[in-house]
Structures are given as C-alpha cells and as structure tokens.
Write a protein that binds this ligand. Structure first.
Ligand code: CAP
Ligand code: MG
Length: 424
C-alpha cells in the first residue's frame, strides 16, 4: 500500500460510498493532487510510508476521484464506518487530516451520507410538523426569546421575565447557552417556577407556550435533568450540542425518545471550527449530522450580529429542511429518505425591524429568536414580545412593517429605536 493507491480519477462512486467534498490549500512546495491523496489515505487506512499488507485491506481505502480547482471529491467505502457511531465516522473524515503539515488549509465542505448510515441513527422525533402540532401553530414562524442579560437573573426573576415574554405573545422561553445550574439560578427551581408561569400565561393567552430549558452538563446529569423536565410537564430539552459532543447528543436523543421530549440544539462553539472559509468543517455538515442524530430545532444563523451570510444561512436551511437537494456549488446532492425536516432557528442580533428578511430568504417554517430584540424594547419585556409577534403578523398578513406599525404601537416603538438595521 502506497499513497498513489488512493487516487483513481476513473472511479465512479456507488450509492453505498460516503462522499466528502474538500477544499484544499496545499502547503508551500506541495502539489494539490499529492496532498489530496494524503488526505484520502490518512482519513481512511493509509499512512506516510509504503506498507506490505494482505490485499484484502485495500477494500477499505478511500479514493480521490475528482479534482477541480481547489476542490477534491473523495469516495469512502461503506465498510470503513461503524453504523450508529458518529464519533468514529468523524474521527475518519474529520480527524487527523486537519493537522497534516502537507496542507495549509483543509475544509470539509459537504458530505453525501449513504442510506444505511443515515438510517442507523434515530433522526428527529418530531421535526417541523411534530413541533407545529405540539405548539398548535400551523403556518407562521415559531417565536422564542432569551431573557437578557444572558445570565444573572435569580430563578424567580427569570420566571417573571418568562411570564412577560409569553404574555406578550412569544411562544418559547429559551435559556441562554451558558445558563445551566449555577448558584444564582438552580435548574430545578427555575424549571418549577417557569412551569407555573407557563401555565399562567397559557391560561391568560389561550396559546400553547413552552420552555427551551438548557440541560447542558455531563451526560448522566443531563439524563436526570431531562427526566425532571418530563416530570414537570415541559415539552423540550435544550442542549449545547457542540460543547456537549455527539456521543452525549446521541444518548440524550435516546432518552428523549423514551420521554417524548423535543430537542432544541444550540450551536455555541461551532464558529471555532466552521468560520474560517479555508479550514475546518462547514456548518452544512454540522447541520446534516444534527439532523441525522435527531435534533428537532437547530440554530442555523440569522443575518444578524454573528458571522454567516445569506448563502450560508440558506444552505444550512436546505440541509435542515428539504427532503433532498441536488449537487451545487459547495453542495453535494443528498436524499434524506424520509428523515424528518428540522426547524432552522434564526437568531443573533434579531429584532422586529429585520425579521421579514429571514422569512423572505428562507420561508415561514423557521424559529426566530430575539433576546436583546425583545428585552431591549423601550416599553419593557411584554411590549418587546408584542412587537416581535406584530412583526411576524405583519408579514403573514402581507403588510410592510412600516404599514403595520401605524396601527401597532409596540412595533412602532421598536422601529423607532432599531429601525431596519442589522446590529453588528
Ligand atoms: C442571541 C443569542 C444566541 C446567538 C446564537 C446570544 O441573543 O442568545 O445564543 O444568537 O447564535 O447569546 O447571542 P440576541 P446562532 O437575540 O440578544 O442577539 O443562533 O447564530 O447560533
Ligand atoms: Mg445565546
């Protein structure tokens, strides 16, 4: 076995192969083709020197089969991977290769997943339609709000903010990504108080309300928190999937299957490895894995204060929501074989003045989250929640927000403060 064995530009992949699209920036003095072969070797079963081996082992060798510009397509034999084992799959296609000295930059742009691997995981329990049934919301975007400042409120204050957020018309109260079970706001106390406020708000509004409470912790502790959530009658868990890790996500997905709980996936940490366009792994791939693992809602970017432009947000949405997509620029075709669509969650510096842009870009089958864009409203939390709902209602009824603001004071006040500018 030697490096050259990992190149076959005549090879035509079959449906069982897992395909990776990489963008490669060779280190100085290295040719792209040579580096591509090393990537295929190192990510399947080759190494830096020639080896005398039994012939049968080459059946697990990846093949570089297409090179165009900086882009390389590599086909991986299905047997290289263990079904239902995402850590092992990523240790192959997204492991050592990122540290190879022969390259200056390596980006895993997209993956085409074979059917047996897709189906070896649970996939979303509820997905878009299931969530809509839980919340009894048939068409418009689902709204969510994080009490800001992101951490600091005592449990009672948090629950009070939740009450005002729900009363103003927002559907989901959401913990921030770094709120868990700190001394100043214990998980069980927060859950108990928020559930009381949720019932109150449901009675007063006649609308379903729910709570994205953050269970992120060591996995045994997360299992206990999920059980508590079930005991208190809430419908969701929230988990920071990238700081928790795929193995934990898979465990919690299994637990949520037993408990009948939906999973809201926060993506904090993603930008550590998906932001550099020349290195790391794209959010498209991360979104695909989250859908395969079976989250019901996933943050996909929001054209607001955080990095990620229109194309990136749209591509993430396509990977979360569509039944299949065709080959495209930096996009491999993928048939999801009936795996449920996941709600893309748009967030990050959003406020009533810019919500319509997301619905125009994506669809109304999204979750929109505004924290500062509700809590920072001049009229206070409940008015901020009203303004958020009014901006959604305007779009659903075919009005411009300026038009709708003429008869909706809270929206008018939000537009006066924030206009239609995207905060940085
Ligand atoms: C937004 C947010 C979200 C980020 C996540 C925050 O708050 O709660 O965690 O938007 O980014 O902590 O910044 P604001 P993404 O609504 O006050 O901006 O959704 O892109 O993963
Ligand atoms: Mg946050």
């Amino acid at each position: 076995m030697k490096y050259e064995d990992f190149l076959d530009l005549e090879y035509i992949p079959n449906d069982n192969d897992l395909i990776c699209l990489f963008k490669i920036k060779p280190a100085t003095g290295f040719k792209l083709e040579k580096v591509a072969i090393r990537v295929a070797a190192e990510s399947s079963n080759g190494t830096w020197t020639a080896l005398k081996i039994p012939d049968h082992i080459t059946r697990l060798s990846a093949k570089v089969y297409q090179i165009y510009g900086d882009y390389v397509k590599i086909a991986y034999p299905n047997d290289l991977f263990e079904e239902e084992n995402m850590p092992q799959i990523l240790s192959s296609i997204a492991g050592n290769i990122f540290g190879m000295k022969a390259l200056e930059g390596l980006r895993l742009i997209d993956v085409k997943w074979p059917l047996n691997i897709l189906k070896s995981f649970k996939g979303p329990q509820f997905g878009v339609n299931g969530i809509r049934k839980i919340l009894k919301i048939d068409k418009r975007p689902i709204t969510a709000t994080v009490p800001k400042p992101k951490v600091g409120y005592y449990a009672e204050e948090h629950a009070q903010q939740g009450y005002e957020i729900w009363l103003g018309g927002v559907d989901l109260l959401k913990d921030d990504e770094n709120l868990s079970n700190q001394k100043f706001n214990k998980f069980k106390e927060r859950l108990e108080l928020c559930m009381k406020m949720r019932d109150k708000a449901e009675n007063e509004t006649g609308e379903r309300k729910s709570y994205l409470i953050n269970i992120t912790a060591e996995v045994e502790e997360m299992k206990k928190r999920a059980q508590l959530i079930k005991d208190y009658g809430n419908e969701y868990v929230m988990i920071d999937i990238f700081t928790s890790g795929w193995a934990s996500v898979q465990t919690i997905r299994n637990v949520c299957n037993e408990l009948g709980l939906a999973i809201h996936a926060h993506r904090a940490f993603h930008a550590a490895f998906d932001r550099n366009p020349d290195h790391g792994i794209s959010m498209k791939v991360l979104a695909e894995i989250a859908r395969i693992q079976g989250v019901d809602q996933l943050h996909i970017g929001g054209l607001g204060k955080l990095a990620g432009g229109r194309t990136e947000v749209k591509d993430n949405y396509i990977k979360c929501y569509t039944e299949s997509n065709k080959d495209g620029f930096e996009m491999l075709e993928q048939n999801w074989h009936g795996i449920k669509p996941v709600f893309g969650v748009c967030s990050g510096g959003l406020h009533p003045g810019i919500m319509h842009r997301l619905m125009e870009l994506l669809s109304t089958d999204i979750v929109v989250q505004a924290g500062g864009g509700v809590l920072g409203h001049p009229g206070g939390t409940e008015s901020g929640a009203k303004a958020l709902r009014q901006s959604i209602d305007a779009y659903m009824k075919g009005f411009s927000i300026m038009e709708y603001a003429k008869s909706h004071q809270e929206l008018a006040e939000a537009l006066k403060l924030w206009g239609n500018k995207t905060p940085i």
